[in-house]
Design a protein around this ligand. Structure first.
Ligand code: NAD
Length: 322
């Protein structure tokens, strides 16, 4: 379907993964025209896209995915919608869930409804492995039921189910990606890896939740961008694709690796009271996306070093955010 996908509406493209995805798409498909619609919440940052703001095939618009008249106009100019827009931080969802429900549920429905009316050719819903909830052993498959535990993951699961209902009810061509924890450049320094790197660079300790044994599968953001590009073009309508890297590590191990790269010891770790309802382990089965022809290219150690070096070299980007 490549010839039909030249006009992309990307929502939430001023955030971490969305901005990496826009940069990736303009490099790999230089003929594509991209509109980036973003509300510029605390997590949206036009500095993430400074290097491409002059690209004639790229346009930024400030706006909310919940705004029906704005969205119905924008989707008329799009072949494909890729929805990254979300409230994305679990701790914030525990403090105040309302914005999560508005953007992740109502905003997703608004985008779907307007895209259906405009006969958009493909709608890619960017979701998360957190929808499945925690798993002690083994890995979740796309067919497993959803048992999300935080307001964040519940709102993302709701968005996914609404998206799937548009496929089942209207035959609207939705595809969903559920990726594991991403890391890389331009990630807001509230998430574990960038928070810990930047704290250490500032000479501060790193706050590790509970016993530090919660397990996450770490995916380098560029690998995720490749996978999303593949699902956009080759994914089957109405299907869900898990995306992960099989880098399952307890948080304390990741923390020690970051400390090691920066030449610091474990005295920099400060164990803090655990997050309420903290999921113990996330794990997804990635055989379906592998069958589509994707595998992560980056080795975790190398990608972590690249990431640490990026934050070392780009203090201008994160110092003002902290
Ligand atoms: P992020 O918080 O860095 O970026 C979210 C972006 O959405 C921001 O630019 C923000 O301004 C924008 N936004 C928020 N509300 C909006 C609204 N109402 N209208 C328009 N724009 C709005 O998030 P991220 O880490 O880049 O995550 C992107 C997507 O990927 C999210 O849907 C998230 O659930 C999903 N995801 C993230 C991870 C991860 O590890 N970061 C893992 C799996 C899935």
């Amino acid at each position: 379907m490549k010839s039909d996908t030249g006009r992309l509406l990307i929502t939430g493209g001023a955030g971490f993964i969305g901005s990496n995805f826009i940069r990736y798409m303009l490099k790999v498909h230089p003929e594509y025209r991209i509109i980036n619609l973003d509300k510029l919440t605390y997590a949206g940052n036009l500095d993430n896209l400074k290097d491409i703001e002059g690209n004639p095939n790229y346009k930024f618009m400030k706006g909310d995915v919940c705004d029906s008249s704005l969205i119905s106009n924008l989707v008329k100019k799009a072949d494909v919608v890729v929805n990254f827009a979300a409230e994305s931080h679990v701790d914030r969802s525990i403090e105040s869930p309302d914005e999560f429900i508005k953007t992740n549920v109502l905003g997703t429905n608004n985008l779907l409804k307007c895209s259906l009316d405009a006969k958009v050719k493909r709608f890619v819903q960017i979701s998360t492995d957190e929808c499945y909830g925690s798993i002690e052993n083994g890995s979740f498959k796309e067919t497993d039921s959803l048992t999300p535990n935080s307001p964040y993951s519940a709102s993302k699961a709701a968005g996914d189910l609404i998206a799937l209902s548009y496929w089942k009810t209207y035959g609207f061509p939705v595809v969903i990606t559920r990726s594991t924890n991403n890391f890389g450049s331009y990630q807001y320094p509230e998430k574990l890896i960038p928070l810990f790197i930047t704290n250490i660079l500032e000479g501060k300790k790193v706050p590790l939740y509970g016993d530090g044994l919660n397990v996450r599968d770490w995916l380098y953001v560029e690998d995720n961008c490749e996978a999303i590009d593949l699902v956009l073009h080759e994914g089957k309508e109405g299907e869900i694709y898990n995306i992960g890297a099989k880098n399952e590590l307890p948080n304390v191990e990741v923390t020690k690796m970051v400390l090691d790269i920066l030449g610091k010891d474990e005295n920099f770790i400060e164990y803090v009271t655990d997050r309420p309802g903290h999921d113990k382990r996330y794990s997804v089965d990635i055989s379906k996306i592998k069958e589509l022809g994707w595998s992560p290219r980056h080795d975790f150690d190398e990608a972590l070093k690249l990431t640490v070096n990026w934050y070392k070299d780009n203090k201008w980007w994160w110092e003002k955010l902290k």
